[in-house]
Design a protein around this ligand. Sequence first.
Ligand code: ATP
Ligand code: MG
Length: 552
Amino acid sequence: SPWLIENHTGTTWFAEDIRSRVYGLANSLSIRWDLKENDVACVYSPNHMGNFVPTPTRFILKQRGPEYPIAVWACHRLGVVVTPANPNFTVDELVYQLQATGARVLFTHPDSLSGAKAAAEIVGLDPAAIILFEDISSQDIPHGHPVVAQLVKAGLEQPTHYLEAKLRPGEGRTKLALLCFSSGTTGKPKAVALPHFAIISCILQLALAQNINGRNAEKGRYRSGDVAIGVLPFFHIYGMVANLHWAIFCGMSVVVHGKFDFEEMLKSIERYRINTLFLVPPHVVLLSKHSAVKRYDLSSVRSCSAGAAPISQELTAEFYRALPNSRLIQIYGMTETSTAISMQPPGDTPTPGSAGCLVPGMVAKIVKLDGTLSTHDEPGELWVKGPQVALRYLNNDKATKETFTDGWLRTGDEVIINKKGELFVVDRIKEILKVRGFQVAPAELEGHLLNHPYVADCAVVGIPNDFSGEVPMAFVTLSEEAKKLADSGNEQVDHIKATIEKHVSDTKIRYKWLEGGVEFMDTIPRNPSGKLLRRLLRDQAKERVHNREAKA
Ligand code: ATP
Ligand code: MG
């Protein structure tokens, strides 16, 4: 089966074609750019498979090739460390990543070229070190090429496959493969040092997780011959490992999309009979609620894996109403664990809302607020140990010391593990509010609000309060349904808002309620993997409360 499929043209690449392109580029990187083991290469591009020239009637493929994966694999072949950058980065952000990682070359797509050039100039990178995806294939030096033959003849080392030939036993534990950045949800993104050993372990752990628990489970399994959708950004660890490492290891084909477009994704699912989805929660929300879903044949979908942020019980139920023949697999993990810490085993019927069981080889303890260890069903911070855990943060001793402690990785997440071994993410510890001395997890209140048909998205943040210390307040965006009612004149917007206000004031989960009331906004700030950026909302919350008080 094909390895990679470009979604606009349907152009397919088979393993052999890609392999020869990877070897050709690796030769070229070694000979023309003098890249060596442990050098760093930055990839600054959307998931593009080529460059398209739009004409009035159709798209013409100007340059063909799955350039992003080829660049990454060619670097892996040479032992060159890859640092993928967000294509939406500003010049300053790219400069930060180039400086932090000491990248020697910069792969980029024509769309990102001007930003790449500006950043390269600031960090003093030679313009020749910018490698344009458009030019990659013309730079290939294939195996039979005289330059390569001469090198071999002269006894100089010929580039070899790093993983096949150079990685001696034990060495991969510390040899870096990727410098991926965390999402920057709680602060500035951190560069995470991931060795080959961690990435390979992560893939094997995912394979074991589904084989141990997945006997006879047809729906949730990943198999050779599956067709997956590649809409997650490759610069994030989840998109990188799912599409460029895990899918390929399993023998799946990946239909690659340059960037996420919901209808384009639905079209691809129908056209290529895609059965495996790697998504983040905002995509799951669309699949579960969007009216366009009914216009496409999605009957091929067997599994939908979603990670990076929580999925509520309510959303899970809606997903199954929309796609009853598939299986929703929650994955919980972090950049520091090469993706997965836990996943829902395909063979079991998981408790709704759970993020599955620890993947094999992962050891965990849960440390309560008072420092003692928790038993089942008691919340506390999750600490983990395992082969897929990163070595450290790059150039950040303080964060490394705080997070990588005595051989454990502190996740910073509050979780509960039940007696069945299922893990539930309560919230990030940094986000948990203290209301009159009680711990309140914003995520729990958000899950409840999302239940309401008028609520499309929401975020709960703490606002300072003299009496309680802080109190939870909600931001809400109106759903398609609410907007339709308003547009058709069947409902007044004020009435819709009043309905939501009532729902908010009725929201009481034991001692937790939304005392801070509700504010409406057009879009809730989230990063590309769907993580809520509550830190950006806190200032706005204070301002809105201030305005409310002024009005009163
Ligand atoms: P930063 O560390 O820079 O603040 P980040 O933690 O969001 O950003 P990532 O490594 O991309 O960066 O995300 C890992 C975090 O995402 C986890 O620690 C957890 O808080 C959250 N997360 C991931 N998967 C899930 C899930 N299935 N359910 C709930 N939360 C999740
Ligand atoms: Mg983090």
